[in-house]
Structure formats: structure tokens, C-alpha cells
Design a protein around this ligand. Structure first.
Ligand code: FAD
Length: 381
């Protein structure tokens, strides 16, 4: 039994805690936020995810898939919205039955936190409002001051801007490069229709491909859709180019005419919701041995990718499965398992990072091409 500190109780950290507890380890999860199960989402940061087979496989291994899918909506294809003309549904599988699943990141995180909390008797402790400020030794900033901690192994599951990675970098134990995309994203909402039902088909992932910009929409159980608008950060056609309410309305009426009547809060959402950053994190190695013991990185902390293949969280979940497997193979020797995890995982993660960037071009442009209109089907792993 090893005493492990997992830093970050996001999607990857909370799932990892469940896997490690099942192996009999003592796990303390340190999270800088307050417990999200007790509060609402930040404005414009709700994010709904496409959960696909890779992620579901990880959840099934812990008996969590049915519980998570209860809050999800299956999307069996993508619906292309041209500026003018007919909608075009492109199914994801030949039989039209395979689906990716729309789920709110918050709902998914809360379900995984509940599962981790339920592993308490198996040795999981969740500590919120603990922000990692020192790695060796472990130090956390909390509302009541600085707290020191010890652990035999530290795993950084603290996301794209990982503090654990930052400390390893500072100690000269890792190199990193972060490719920030010159596109950002903003969330907007499609309200339910006048009859209270979905205003569009809830069985599809909706895409408005517009070349230099793109919008997507995923359905939510409350009959709304969360839209994500991807657009350059600067320049004449960019988030910065729309000044006041009239310019916002004019732009949407010209570029996304069919959604304007479905977005009663368009102007407020556009003006008040933040523009999020997108990028790819390349770093290595994902593990090191510090004087305090082995330290590893997992999920976005090791390999954040752009969201256009809908695989970031799925990839973090798959990381947990691979780490669980190498722990089996090494008899839970973390000093041996962490390098083996990296060796097994790196090629796959670099491949999906490149595919995610390539899929941006496909989604914002090629899905509207005649090839796809002839009924091509698209497979998502
Ligand atoms: P995070 O979710 O970032 O969690 C990290 C956690 O660590 C957070 O809770 C944070 O508060 C905490 N933390 C950070 N710093 C510290 C610190 N110093 N001390 C303690 N705690 C700390 N993925 C998909 O699979 N499918 C999709 O369809 C999809 N769509 C996306 C759409 C958008 C617009 C975006 C931005 C992302 C999308 N993703 C998608 C990617 C997905 O959201 C991420 O890959 C996933 O959230 C990564 O999980 P994580 O737990 O590794 O990191």
C-alpha cells in the first residue's frame, strides 16, 4: 500500500483516485477549487463534452458508466448547418446506432467526485481549497494558511496549466513547450423552443462550418444546447471585431442566421462570457524522481490538446486505465510503473494531439464539402 497525493480533482484526478483506491492505496486528492458539488458553474465555462468509447471503457471498469450515461444524451451523427439551404445529417456509423455522448463537464466531474468520495472507506480523502504551491516538500495554500503534506508518490492531474509540471520544470527535471492556438472559444446558449422542447435535433452534434470560424452545439438534458464558437483571437474577423449589441446581432444574422431566433440571450452571452484559450501542451518526461519520491503527470497536465476531436477527457480516462495496467505489471512499484506508463502512452497521445488539430480544419471547412454530403460516415473511437 502506497500513500499517494493526487493534485487536481478534475475529471482525470477524481477518476484516478477511484482506480488507485481499488488497488488498495491510500489517496489524498488536493483540489484548489471549493467542492464543485456544492456550487454552480462559472459563467461561460459550463462546457459539455462528447464522451466516447475510450472514456466509457474506463468508466465501465469501475462500474460507473451507467450512472454517468444517465446524465448524457447520445449523438448519433453530426448535423451540418449551412448559411443557406438544407441541414445535412452525417451519421457516425453505418448502422446509424453508434453514438458519442453529450454530457456536461460539471455533471461528469460531480459523478466522479461522488465515486471517489464513496471510495473513502477504501482510502480516498478529498481536500478542497488546497492549491499546490510547493512540490518538494509538498505545500498547499488554503483559506486558513499554508499547509504542508507528505506522500510517497505525487501525481499531477492538475490540468493544462499544471503547477506540478511547473515545479518539475523549475527543478530542471522536465522540458515543455505550449503551442497556443490563435483561436479562442466562447460559450453561447440555445434555449428550448416555445413548446419547452429542444429547438433542434438533440440526437446530433450540430456544426456551423464557416471557414475562418466555426460553431458547434451539444444538447443538454434541460432541453438547451451549449454552443461553442471558435474564432480567431485578433484581426478584422475575430472576437475583438464585434463592438456593440448591433454589431453582434448583425454578424450572427449574416453568418449563423438559423440560430439567432433560438438564442434569446445572444447579446448578453456574447458580451459577458469570457473567451477561453486553446492550445497543445508538449512536455517530457512525464515523470521524475525527486528527493521526496516519484512524481508523475497524467491527463491534461501531461498532454493537453485542442478540443476538436472531442478526446481530451477521453484521453485522460484512458491514461487511468493504462496506469492501472502498468501498476499490475510492476506489482505497484511506482518508480518502475511511471516510466512504463509514459513509454506505453506517449505515441498514442502525440497522435491524438495531431489529429485534434487536423480535425479543426475538417470541422470548420471540409464537413461542408460535397464528399461529406454524399453520405460518408465518420467513426469516433
Ligand atoms: P482539468 O479538467 O483541467 O482538471 C484539473 C484540476 O486541477 C482542476 O479541478 C483544477 O482546479 C485543479 N488544479 C489546477 N491547479 C491546481 C493546483 N495548483 N493545486 C490543486 N489543484 C489544482 N474532452 C473530451 O474528451 N471531449 C470533448 O468533447 C471535449 N470538449 C472540450 C471543449 C472545450 C471547449 C474544452 C476547453 C475542452 C474540451 N475537452 C473535451 C477537454 C477536456 O475538458 C479536458 O481534457 C479535461 O477536462 C482534462 O481533465 P483533467 O482532469 O486532466 O484536467
Amino acid at each position: 500500500m502506497t500513500d499517494i497525493a493526487v493534485v487536481g480533482a478534475g475529471l482525470t484526478g477524481s477518476l484516478l483516485a477511484c482506480f488507485l483506491a481499488r488497488r488498495g492505496h491510500t489517496v489524498t486528492v488536493y483540489e484548489r477549487r471549493a467542492d464543485p458539488r456544492t456550487g454552480g458553474a462559472e459563467r461561460g465555462r459550463s462546457i459539455n463534452l462528447a464522451l466516447s468509447e475510450r472514456g466509457l471503457d474506463a468508466l465501465r471498469r469501475l462500474g460507473l458508466a451507467d450512472r454517468v450515461l444517465a446524465d448524457a444524451l447520445p449523438m448519433r451523427g453530426r448535423m451540418i448547418h449551412p448559411v443557406a439551404g438544407d441541414l445535412d445529417f452525417q451519421r457516425y456509423s453505418l448502422d446509424g446506432q453508434r453514438a458519442i455522448n453529450s454530457i456536461s463537464r460539471g455533471a461528469l466531474n460531480n459523478a466522479l467526485l461522488a465515486a471517489a468520495a464513496a471510495s473513502a472507506t477504501a482510502g480516498v480523502k478529498l481536500l478542497f481549497e488546497h492549491r499546490l504551491t510547493g512540490l518538494d516538500p509538498l505545500v498547499f495554500a488554503t483559506p486558513s494558511g499554508e499547509v504542508k503534506a507528505t506522500a510517497e508518490v505525487v501525481i499531477g492531474a492538475d490540468g493544462a496549466g499544471s503547477a506540478v509540471r511547473g515545479h518539475l520544470l523549475g527543478m530542471g527535471l522536465l522540458d515543455e513547450s505550449v503551442d497556443v492556438l490563435d483561436y479562442g472559444y466562447k460559450e453561447l446558449t440555445i434555449a428550448p423552443g416555445p413548446d419547452g422542447d429542444f429547438a433542434m435535433d438533440p440526437g446530433a452534434l450540430h456544426i456551423w462550418p464557416r471557414g475562418t470560424s466555426m460553431m458547434i452545439a451539444l444538447p443538454n438534458p434541460d432541453k438547451t444546447f451549449t454552443c461553442t464558437l471558435f474564432w480567431p483571437n485578433g484581426g478584422t474577423s475575430s472576437f475583438a471585431s464585434l463592438g456593440g449589441p448591433a454589431a453582434i446581432e448583425r454578424h450572427f444574422e449574416a453568418v449563423y442566421p438559423d440560430v439567432v431566433p433560438l438564442m434569446p440571450d445572444l447579446v448578453d452571452d456574447y458580451r459577458l462570457n469570457p473567451v477561453g484559450l486553446l492550445g497543445t501542451v508538449h512536455c517530457g518526461p512525464w515523470q521524475a524522481v525527486t528527493p521526496g519520491g516519484p512524481v508523475g503527470l497524467i491527463g491534461d497536465a501531461a498532454h493537453a490538446i485542442v478540443p476538436f476531436y472531442g478526446q481530451g477527457a477521453n484521453c485522460g480516462f484512458e491514461d487511468c486505465v493504462v496506469l492501472d495496467r502498468v501498476l499490475d505489471e510492476t506489482g505497484d512499484d511506482f518508480a518502475e510503473a511511471l516510466p512504463l506508463f509514459e513509454a506505453r502512452r506517449r505515441d498514442d497521445v502525440e497522435a491524438i494531439a495531431a489529429m485534434a488539430l487536423a480535425n479543426f480544419v475538417e470541422m470548420r471547412d471540409r464537413v461542408a464539402s460535397p464528399v461529406f454530403r454524399l453520405g460518408k460516415t465518420i467513426e469516433h473511437a
